[in-house]
Design a protein around this ligand. Structure first.
Ligand SMILES: [Zn+2]
Length: 148
């Protein structure tokens, strides 16, 4: 058996990558899962994973995973659209990702994710501000000179 280090799904040995996760990460062996401190699917109930955050796009999900992996926090990403219920309503829902961490590490994970989210927002804000500024400048350039 092979496993996805992201979402914890189990696959046949012939499968190379995970179909559920953004970026289709390569599957790893059971030994690799253990080396990374990740639970195997049948062990999942021994370690309770809880939601630390959600991401609305694969880039945010990816950024969150990187932050947690850097902090050595095991992380699972569950694609919100791949649930059994969602299969019935496919096409109408925007994809989103649930970031799951072990319950005992959640308190450590949340500030890291908050920090990452703020950074992302700042980047977006700066880009929006720059675009606004540019717009204002081009408006001024095309406006008639002010009356004396
Ligand atoms: Zn996966």
């Amino acid at each position: 058996m092979k496993y996805c280090a992201r979402c914890g799904s189990e696959y046949q040995d012939s499968v190379q990558d995970c179909a559920d996760c953004p970026g289709n990460p390569l599957l790893v062996s059971e030994a690799e899962m253990r080396a990374r401190g990740l639970p195997l699917p049948h062990e999942m109930d021994q370690r309770i994973f809880v939601r630390a955050a959600t991401a609305e796009d694969p880039f945010t999900a990816e950024a969150f995973v990187e932050v947690l992996q850097e902090a050595n926090i095991p992380v699972l990403v569950r694609a919100g659209r791949s649930g059994v219920v969602d299969k019935l309503t496919t096409g109408n829902l925007l994809p989103w990702w649930e970031i799951l961490v072990p319950e005992d590490l959640r308190a450590r994970a949340i500030p890291l994710l908050e920090h990452e989210r703020v950074q992302e927002l700042e980047t977006t804000d700066e880009a929006a501000l720059a675009a606004e500024e540019e717009e204002r400048e081009s408006e001024q350039a095309s406006a008639p000179p002010p009356a004396p």
